[in-house]
Design a protein around this ligand. Structure first.
Ligand code: NI
Ligand code: MN
Length: 225
């Protein structure tokens, strides 16, 4: 399985013929590592409706025919746009051709740019290519991350940008609860407000927890396991 970081919270997971995008915010993202027109996913997983996560989902899904996987409210919105969608809700898990998706709790908010309600925000645990990946979406630190960690996480993608989400201190606490093998920081440096020192975060993760940490520049990819 190859994990490619697209910038901000955007990630591409590929395994064989399966190509899964998470939170493809590319157009208008100054750190985007790909353009929407270059992506041909089979599925697009959306953690919540904010524009920096829903992003290019309509354009990519319309062109590629990818199935939009998200909470019921976002899936319903996608269906109204004529897209193929699969709605779920927090706590639910479903099998897809590439593996599985479980929607987890996230403490945040979720509305589309026009104010339309986006349902509850989520994190996701995705199993693909023999790897279990947790993408936290946008969230605060919460102690039930311990329960998510009990699933046995190979990779945790955690926001560290602060202001809208956890910052580095709380992300370190999250790593202690989640106990993943590998931490990849997301949702930082996209704009000056979200500036963080990823190298410092890596050194702290590896000094204060048992996880490894691999900050990825937008466009970088990593082969897993
Ligand atoms: Ni958000
Ligand atoms: Mn966000």
């Amino acid at each position: 399985m190859k994990l490619r970081y697209l910038g901000h919270s955007g990630v591409q997971l590929t395994a064989g013929e399966h190509d899964v995008l998470i939170d493809p915010f590319l157009t208008g993202n100054p750190k985007a590592a790909a353009s929407a027109a270059d992506l041909e996913p089979t599925h697009i997983v959306v953690t919540h409706a904010h524009g920096d996560h829903w992003g290019d989902t309509p354009d990519i899904a319309r062109r590629s025919g990818a199935t939009v996987v998200s909470c019921a409210e976002i899936a319903a919105h996608a269906a109204r746009l004529g897209l193929t969608a699969h709605g779920m809700n927090t706590g639910g898990r479903h099998e897809f051709p590439f593996g599985s998706v479980r929607l987890t709790v996230a403490f945040h908010s979720s509305s589309f740019d026009d104010g339309r309600y986006g349902g509850m925000p989520n994190g996701v645990v995705i199993e693909i290519g023999g790897v279990r990946v947790y993408h936290a979406g946008d969230t605060a630190l919460f102690s039930d991350m311990r329960l998510i960690g009990r699933l046995g996480l190979d990779v945790a993608l955690l926001p560290i940008g602060d202001n809208y989400t956890m910052g580095p201190d709380d992300a370190i606490e999250a790593v202690k609860l989640l106990e993943p093998g590998l931490v990849i920081p997301i949702h930082y440096d996209t704009m000056p407000l979200l500036a963080q020192d990823a190298a410092l975060f890596k050194s702290r993760v590896e000094a204060e927890t048992s996880a490894r940490c691999a900050p990825l520049a937008p466009g970088d990819s990593i082969d897993l396991p």
